[in-house]
Design a protein around this ligand. Structure first.
Ligand code: AMP
Length: 224
């Protein structure tokens, strides 16, 4: 049985940070459609050129494009035992697409929502700095890089993502409420949804997430 951990929550909730930690702990790859799209934009591919205008304005890239990216990535051999999804699915259509990729009973799905208030998200995203080299995230106040404006892991100059500007962040939060939040009910009906408080430290939040994931995986193994 393959394990799909879906980290769910608004932009700025800390999905990427937690996904990378969970990936180390479980040994499954963390798959971020946002990272794949940003790489395509940076490389100037056809995909990147068509995705760019959506991303820069805070809108969702169309489902068929993102579903294609996710399918290609999830069919790769390193996802054979499991994977961690960060930022995908974001619409009901995408959630149905993931379900349809695998035979029922072959997939143990664990969805963990990270709950954070809007004002906290706005503050976090405005101060967020990202390393274009290794994707590590920093915050100018709460977790600055030890190397100033360079990444303390790989030395690359840190940047503020264009879509972390206040105006675009507001649009991303609106899009989250309208398109992505309804997924909570989609997964509650399937009895695979749990939620954690995302206002604590990275370590505390990680402890809560990994507790839920371990419990659900053991339950999935026992009922298989
Ligand atoms: P993220 O880094 O996950 O916040 O993604 C950055 C941007 O990439 C989003 O604001 C969207 O424009 C686009 N994107 C990433 N994942 C998806 C997705 N699953 N569906 C649609 N658009 C996405």
């Amino acid at each position: 049985m393959k394990t799909a951990v879906i980290l769910f929550g608004p932009p700025g909730a800390g999905k990427g940070t937690q996904a990378r930690r969970l990936s180390v702990q479980l040994g499954y790859p963390a798959v971020s459609t946002g990272d794949i799209l940003r790489e395509a934009v940076a490389a100037g591919t056809e995909l990147g050129q068509s995705a760019r205008k959506y991303m820069e304005s805070g809108m969702l890239v169309p489902d068929d494009v993102v579903d294609g990216i996710a399918k290609d990535r999830l069919m790769r051999p390193d996802c054979a035992l499991g994977f961690i999804l960060d930022g995908y699915p974001r619409t009901i259509h995408q959630a149905q697409h993931v379900e349809n990729l695998f035979s029922p009973g072959d997939l143990c799905t664990v969805v963990v929502g990270i709950r954070v208030e809007d004002e906290v998200l706005l503050r976090r995203l405005a101060g967020r700095r990202t390393c274009p080299g290794c994707a590590k995230m920093f915050h100018v106040q709460s977790s600055p890089s030890k190397a100033g404006d360079r990444c303390d892991e790989c030395g690359t100059q840190l940047v503020q993502r264009r879509d972390d500007s206040e105006e675009v962040v507001k649009e991303r939060l609106r899009v989250y409420q309208e398109n992505t939040r309804p997924l909570i009910d989609f997964y509650k009906v399937r009895k695979v949804y749990s939620e954690v408080d995302g206002s604590g430290t990275v370590d505390v939040i990680f402890g809560s997430i990994s507790g839920i994931v371990d419990a659900q995986i053991s339950r999935g193994v026992m009922s298989a």
